[in-house]
Design a protein around this ligand. Structure first.
Ligand SMILES: Nc1ncnc2c1ncn2[C@@H]1O[C@H](COP(=O)(O)OP(=O)(O)OP(=O)(O)O)[C@@H](O)[C@H]1O
Length: 339
């Protein structure tokens, strides 16, 4: 039977708070496929400071979900982390046993997806599904746990929480289902919430409400959030820091104000919808071309085939991350210091 000590070891609960909740260094995720070994995450460094909301942004197919799934142990068959390190609250996360991870997931590290129906069991009422999370991780009786679930439902803005407790997922709207998922993810006040496109399936008004809700709960619980999105508007709304990912690599990172006011990487500028130029007022609506297939990664900078600034050097070798401002790093040959 698990003990408080097991929980402390699994999540580092007894340790002094670390400045970073999640520290990922040189993470490489390998997929063994019929086409050979593919690397959807290829040398990623990412740091999530305690209590911050960090956006991970990039177009579809850039490897954002693979990044999250690598951390959450949700890789498809044939997938594994082949290089790098992951530290969770200062502990070597990759060295955790399966049991330590099981205790951690749902309690100190939680996940919400775009489509709550993929996580909710359609034949079990929503209240008991959240109750199960509480019972698994908190040492309290069923009556107390049920009270906490109803209180949580009230706190996330589910009207008539006692009645909704006994609804099946299909009886709720998409927005209410996502509030149920957020309840399940936040009820144990986790250190880290990974939210993978949590508002993409919702209409704009509900999206704004859900983002505000996440921000409020995050502030109340001191949870750090990794928010995965393809939408820089969502990033602007609630993130403190941003990592921009392209073709398995982080190409730029900065705090949110700096990234929006001083974007450097041509890919980030493309995502922002405009490519400032000294000579023209030209505005881009979208970036020409598509994200490369994993089996067809270009040599050199992976963005070079789509980049209007690409030079020979860009097609030959990968740039490393260079600091352009405090906390602002960019991987682009245009910003490498001359040797
Ligand atoms: N099971 C799989 N087998 C092989 N390749 C996969 C598998 N799942 C994803 N990929 C590939 O891995 C790459 C990264 O995919 P991933 O889903 O992480 O991207 P993403 O940025 O999260 O995009 P989206 O927002 O569309 O999910 C893509 O090239 C994708 O085709």
């Amino acid at each position: 039977m698990r003990t408080q000590n097991d929980k402390a070891q699994a999540g580092g609960a007894a340790a002094a708070p670390e400045a970073s909740v999640l520290q990922i260094s040189g993470l490489r995720t390998c997929l063994e496929t019929r086409k050979g070994k593919l690397y959807p995450v290829d040398g990623v460094d990412l740091d999530i400071p305690r209590g911050k909301i960090v956006g991970l942004v990039g177009e579809s197919g850039c490897g954002k979900s693979m990044m999250a799934n690598s951390v959450m142990g949700l890789l498809p068959q044939g997938g594994h982390i082949s290089e790098g390190s992951v530290r969770f609250c200062g502990n070597d996360f990759l060295a955790y046993t399966a049991e330590q991870r099981r205790l951690l997931y749902g309690d100190r590290m939680t996940l919400i997806f775009q489509e709550p129906m993929s996580s909710l069991n359609p034949v079990i009422k929503v209240g008991p599904q959240v109750l199960e999370v509480v019972m698994l991780h908190k040492e309290i009786g069923k009556e107390e746990a049920k009270k906490q679930v109803i209180e949580m439902f009230r706190s996330v803005g589910i009207p008539e929480p006692e009645r909704r407790y006994n609804c099946y997922p299909h009886e709720l709207s998409g927005g209410l289902r996502q509030r149920v998922m957020i309840s399940a993810a936040m009820i144990c006040r986790p250190d880290l919430l990974i939210a993978d496109e949590p508002t993409t399936a919702l209409d704009v008004t509900i999206e704004a409400q859900i983002l505000q809700l996440m921000r409020r709960l995050q502030q109340e619980a001191g949870t750090s959030i990794l928010l995965i999105t393809h939408d820089l508007g969502v990033v602007a709304e609630i993130c403190d820091m941003v990592y921009v990912m392209y073709a398995g690599k982080i190409v730029e990172t900065a705090d949110v104000y700096e990234l929006f006011h001083n974007p450097k990487h041509p890919y980030t500028r493309g995502l922002l919808g405009s490519l400032p130029s000294r000579n023209t007022e030209k505005r881009l609506q979208s970036i020409p071309g598509t994200v490369p297939m994993l089996a067809e990664m270009p040599q050199g900078c992976r963005f070079a085939p789509r980049c209007q600034h690409a030079a020979d050097k860009c097609r030959q070798a990968l740039p490393s991350a260079a600091q352009v401002h405090e906390g602002h790093r960019v991987s682009c040959w245009m910003f490498q210091k001359e040797e």
